[in-house]
Write a protein that binds this ligand. Structure first.
Ligand SMILES: Nc1ncnc2c1ncn2[C@@H]1O[C@H](COP(=O)(O)OP(=O)(O)OP(=O)(O)O)[C@@H](O)[C@H]1O
Ligand SMILES: [Mg+2]
Ligand SMILES: [Zn+2]
Length: 504
């Protein structure tokens, strides 16, 4: 007898349908598995056999052939166990085949017959809905996550024995409820903890309001790392769709705790990370830090210390908001829309101004580590000088500075959504040259101002656009539809030459 069961294989952060067919016929007892299974899938045979026997079910002592189709798809990991077990049960007449109509299954089995949680169930559920399935059976722990996908009945099942009861119409569980959001308000860091640094805070507010990449340059101990770790608190909370997107990535990467991520990610990889770790890669491509930071902040502390290859690899995601990894014939795309926040010292010795011991060659070499194309994607470069003693000893200010800033950021973003509605761009930082020209019209006065800026700072054409994008955000924070000369002046102040090249 032949039976087939639908399940899904994860690729990137998407899933592809896989049909598990099992044929049972008379002959010497054997269990063959074909269809490009990796070692983990081959081990599934042993788990399925033990799980069936330990659940008081029968493992047919006949010739079993299982096929995982399509054969050209790479299948890795233990999540095919359940489909295989169910196909064996159906092919040997232990569950009615019609109970499997428009049903997909996904899960790992323990030897004792319990269903074990797997990674990436949101992606599986999305695939099941796309494939037209009405019901998805998953391990209990994965139920809430899979149920985030609407238009599909998700049932969390604890054991193989329960699953058989369900398929035999002897057990009628309620469908799984969607995961609730995780509130993270208790461990939130506030900008009020950082004394002084009003200029830097203003720069971060602008960066958050327009989704601009930002680089902070300053001496050790000035508070750069402290400031960066507080950016999450001034960004708008993710929308529900964004939260599902973030959860989906974290689920595929095995970072999910089964709840909805209600907070933008903040990823701060160390500078010893490899290019593959930052961008993504591996023989079965896995998301890199830039994808784990999708819709949130990628913080690269000591930016010039990162390997050249890793920084070069960032150019594509910063431009396109996604990463493409090619493996053999297939190209797998990972989302990677991040706000890049960098921090560094003005020179390699990092002594305060006046006491620098670096030679001109050392300095030039340090500055060259950040290539032009990467710097080109950084709209805002700001100096962070050591806080003044008077500010450090002053009494603590506003308890929540971050909440006030976030309110302004949210209002500024709403103006941008409105203006950019209909395009794929969400904020000023993502505008290309054409959109920049369209949304930041220059009158005679502004044109003169830009011209002065060009003369005094040797701006490139890209630098020109960068100033305009930033000026647009500064006007949005002030709830003005027209960009004025003061906005341009402030934006010119964040030019790269102002902080990075002449910093030391
Ligand atoms: N403006 C500030 N207000 C309050 N505390 C500060 C401030 N600046 C620095 N500190 C204190 O100094 C410590 C070091 O700050 P931080 O790590 O942010 O410096 P940094 O600029 O990142 O230095 P480095 O270049 O060495 O990485 C902080 O943990 C904090 O205790
Ligand atoms: Mg630091
Ligand atoms: Zn120096």
């Amino acid at each position: 007898m032949l039976a087939s069961v639908a399940t899904f294989a994860i690729e990137g952060i998407d899933s592809h349908e896989v049909t598990v067919e099992v044929d049972v016929r008379r002959g010497l007892p054997s269990f063959a598995l074909v269809g490009l299974p990796d070692a983990g899938v081959r081990e599934a045979r042993e788990r399925v056999r033990a799980a069936l026997l330990n659940s008081d079910l029968e493992f047919p002592l006949q010739r079993l052939t299982a096929n995982l189709a399509p054969a050209n798809l790479r299948k890795a990991g233990p999540s095919f166990d359940l489909a295989l077990a169910v196909a064996v049960l159906a092919a040997s007449g232990q569950v009615p085949p019609e109970s499997l109509a428009s049903t997909a299954v996904c899960g790992e089995l323990s030897l004792g017959g319990a269903l074990r949680a797997v990674h990436g169930t949101i992606a599986v559920a999305a695939g099941a809905r796309r494939g037209g399935y009405e019901r998805l059976l998953v391990p209990v722990e994965n139920g809430p996550e899979a149920a985030l996908v609407e238009g599909l009945e998700v049932i969390g099942v604890p054991t193989l024995e329960r699953l058989v009861a369900l398929l035999r119409d002897q057990w009628h569980p309620a469908s799984a409820a969607a995961a609730a959001g995780v509130s993270s308000s208790n461990d939130r860091l506030d900008l009020a903890d950082v004394r002084g640094q009003d200029d830097a805070k203003r720069a971060l507010e602008i960066a958050a309001a327009g989704g601009h990449n930002v680089l902070m340059v300053g001496p050790p101990g000035a508070g750069k790392t402290m400031l960066a770790r507080r950016i999450g608190g001034i960004l708008p909370p993710p929308t529900f769709e964004e939260a599902v997107e973030i959860t989906r990535i974290h689920s595929v990467a095995g970072l999910s705790d089964g709840r909805l991520v209600a907070q933008r990610p903040f990823r701060a990889p160390h500078h010893t990370i490899s290019a593959a770790g930052l961008i993504g890669g591996g023989s079965t491509p896995r998301p890199g830090e830039v994808t784990l930071a999708h819709r949130g902040v990628l913080f690269l502390d000591e930016l010039p210390e990162f390997p050249r290859a890793a920084l070069e690899g960032l150019r594509e995601p910063l431009e396109e908001g996604r990463v493409e990894i090619t493996r053999g014939q297939r190209t797998i795309g990972f989302p990677a829309a991040v706000m890049l926040v960098g921090a560094c010292n003005p020179c390699p010795c990092a002594h305060p101004r006046g006491e620098c011991t670096c030679g001109p060659h050392e300095k030039a070499r340090y500055h060259r580590r950040l290539s032009g194309p990467l710097l080109d994607r950084i709209d805002l470069i700001c100096r962070v000088d050591a806080a003044r003693p008077l500010e450090l000893v002053a009494e603590a200010g506003e308890r929540s500075e971050s909440d006030a800033i976030r309110a302004r950021v949210v209002a500024a973003r709403e103006r941008q959504h409105h203006r950019l509605a209909g395009s794929s761009v969400l904020c000023n930082g993502e505008m290309d040259a054409r959109q920049t020209r369209r949304h930041v019209p220059l009158d005679k006065r502004l044109r003169a101002r830009m011209l002065e800026g060009h003369v005094s700072t040797e701006m490139s054409a890209r630098g020109h656009d960068r100033v305009l994008r930033l000026a647009r955000t500064i006007a949005d924070l002030d709830a003005r539809e027209r960009v004025c000369a003061e906005d341009i002046d402030e934006a010119l102040g964040y030019r790269m030459s102002g902080a990075w090249r002449t910093a030391a």
